[in-house]
Design a protein around this ligand. Structure first.
Ligand code: UDP
Length: 353
C-alpha cells in the first residue's frame, strides 16, 4: 500500500512525523512524502529530521514566496505529476494551508482517496485563507479525521452526514507529538528566570495591523516589568515592530527556537500568551493556562473549559486577564479533549483497513 503525504511547513512535518512513525510499525506500507516548499525554512536541515525522528521528504517542490493563486497552482502541478507517477492508494493532507488545499484538489480530480487530518475545524471567519482551505478540503475528502467533538459537530452541521465520506474522531495528532517530544525536550541556552511567560505573536491579523500590534506589545512590555516574558520572534515581526518604533525593551526577545526547545519552554513556563493556533493546544497538553491574542479561536473547547481566555488585541483586556491568571487560575487540565495522544494509532488503523 502506498500513501502520498503532502506537507508545506515545519509544523506540518512535526505533526505528520507521528503518523510516519506509526505507519512504520506495519509491513507493506510505503509512505512517500512531498515537501511543497510553501514555507522555506533554513532550520529544516538533515539534523532537524534526525533530531525530530521524522523521515525526510522524497520529493521537494519550490512553491514558496508566491501569491496564493500562483502557489496553489504550482503545488497542484507538482503533486499531480508525482501522484500520476507514484499511483498512491491514498493522499494524506494536514490542516489548512495552501499545500493542504492543493493536495486535496489533485487527489479528488485524479480519483485518489483523500484523507484529511485535522478536519472539521472552523473559525467561521471567511476572511482567513485558512478557513477557505479547510472548508474546501473537507468537502472533497473521503476520510475526515477530526481532532475534537466540536470538529465532528461542525461537519454534521454542514451536512457532511449526507455526503459520501467517513467522519472519524481520531483525537488531535499534535498531542501525540507533545507526549513523544516531552521525553527529549531541550532547555534553550538563554537566561531564563524561575517564573516566566512564554509568548508568540505571528498572525497577519496582528502583525499587519498597526493598532492591534501596538496595543498587544504595549501590554506585553508592561507585564514584562513584573514577570519575564520569553518571546521567540520571527525576523519579519521583529522588523515590523522596529519600523513602527514599538517599545519592547522589557521583553526577553529571542530567535525562533527549535521544537524540542519550544516543548521545554511550554513545559516549564507559568503560562502562555499567543496568537498561534497550535500553541493554544500545546499549552493545554502541558497543563498551562493560555491568553489568546485573537478575537476568535478554532479551539472553542479550551475557552469553554476555562483553560483559554480570548483577549484579542485589547490592551486593558490583556492586562486584566494577566492579573486574573497571576492570582491563581484554575481549570480542569485532566479533561480528555484531544484523545490523549492516540490519534496516529487510530488514523493508521483506518488507512490500512
Ligand atoms: N514553534 C516552534 N518554535 C517557535 C515558535 C513556534 O517550534 O519559535 C512551534 C509551536 O510550538 C507550534 C508550531 O510551531 O507547535 C506552531 O506554529 P505557528 O505558531 O507558526 O503556527 P500556527 O499554530 O498558528 O499554525
Amino acid at each position: 500500500m502506498k500513501i502520498l503525504t503532502i506537507l508545506g511547513a515545519r509544523p506540518q512535518f512535526i505533526k505528520a512525523g507521528n503518523l510516519s512513525r506509526e505507519l512504520k510499525k506495519y509491513d507493506g506500507i510505503r509512505e512517500i512524502i512531498v515537501h511543497t516548499g510553501q514555507h522555506y525554512d533554513a532550520n529544516m536541515s538533515d539534523i532537524f529530521f534526525e533530531q525530530m525522528q521524522i523521515p525526510k521528504p522524497d520529493y521537494k517542490l519550490n512553491s514558496g514566496g508566491k501569491t496564493h493563486a500562483a502557489m496553489t497552482a504550482d503545488i497542484m502541478c507538482g503533486v499531480e505529476e508525482i501522484a500520476i507517477r507514484e499511483k498512491p492508494d491514498f493522499i494524506v493532507v494536514y490542516g489548512d494551508t495552501n499545500s493542504t488545499l492543493a493536495g486535496a484538489l489533485v487527489a479528488s480530480k485524479l480519483h485518489i482517496k483523500l484523507a484529511h487530518i485535522e478536519a472539521g475545524l472552523r473559525s467561521f471567519n471567511m476572511l482567513m485563507p485558512e478557513e477557505i482551505n479547510r472548508i474546501l478540503t473537507d468537502r472533497v475528502s473521503n476520510i475526515l479525521f477530526c481532532p475534537t467533538d466540536v470538529a465532528v459537530q461542525n461537519l454534521k452541521n454542514e451536512g457532511f452526514d449526507r455526503f459520501e465520506c467517513k467522519i472519524i474522531k481520531s483525537g488531535d495528532i499534535m498531542q501525540d507529538g507533545a507526549m513523544f517530544y516531552k521525553k527529549i525536550a531541550k532547555k534553550p541556552s538563554i537566561k531564563i528566570n524561575n517564573n516566566f511567560i512564554l509568548c508568540t505573536v505571528h498572525r497577519a491579523e496582528n502583525t499587519d495591523d498597526k493598532t492591534r500590534l501596538t496595543a498587544i506589545f504595549t501590554a506585553l512590555n508592561d507585564i514584562a516589568t513584573q514577570k519575564q516574558i520569553i518571546l521567540p520572534l520571527h525576523p519579519r515581526t521583529k522588523n515590523i515592530i522596529k519600523n513602527l518604533d514599538i517599545d519592547i525593551s522589557n521583553i526577553s526577545v529571542i530567535e525562533p527556537v527549535g521544537y524540542l526547545e519550544m516543548v521545554w519552554l511550554i513545559d516549564n513556563c507559568d503560562f502562555v500568551m499567543t496568537d498561534s493556533g497550535g500553541l493554544q493546544k500545546e499549552a493545554f497538553f502541558f497543563k498551562k493556562p493560555c491568553l489568546t491574542l485573537r478575537d476568535e479561536t478554532e479551539w472553542v473547547e479550551l475557552v469553554k473549559c476555562g483553560a483559554n481566555k480570548l483577549v484579542g488585541a485589547d490592551k486593558n483586556k490583556i492586562l486584566s486577564n494577566y492579573e486574573l491568571i497571576k492570582n491563581g487560575f484554575h481549570c480542569d487540565f485532566e479533561l480528555d479533549l484531544y484523545g490523549g495522544g492516540k490519534a496516529s494509532e487510530i488514523i493508521a488503523k483506518e488507512l490500512i483497513k
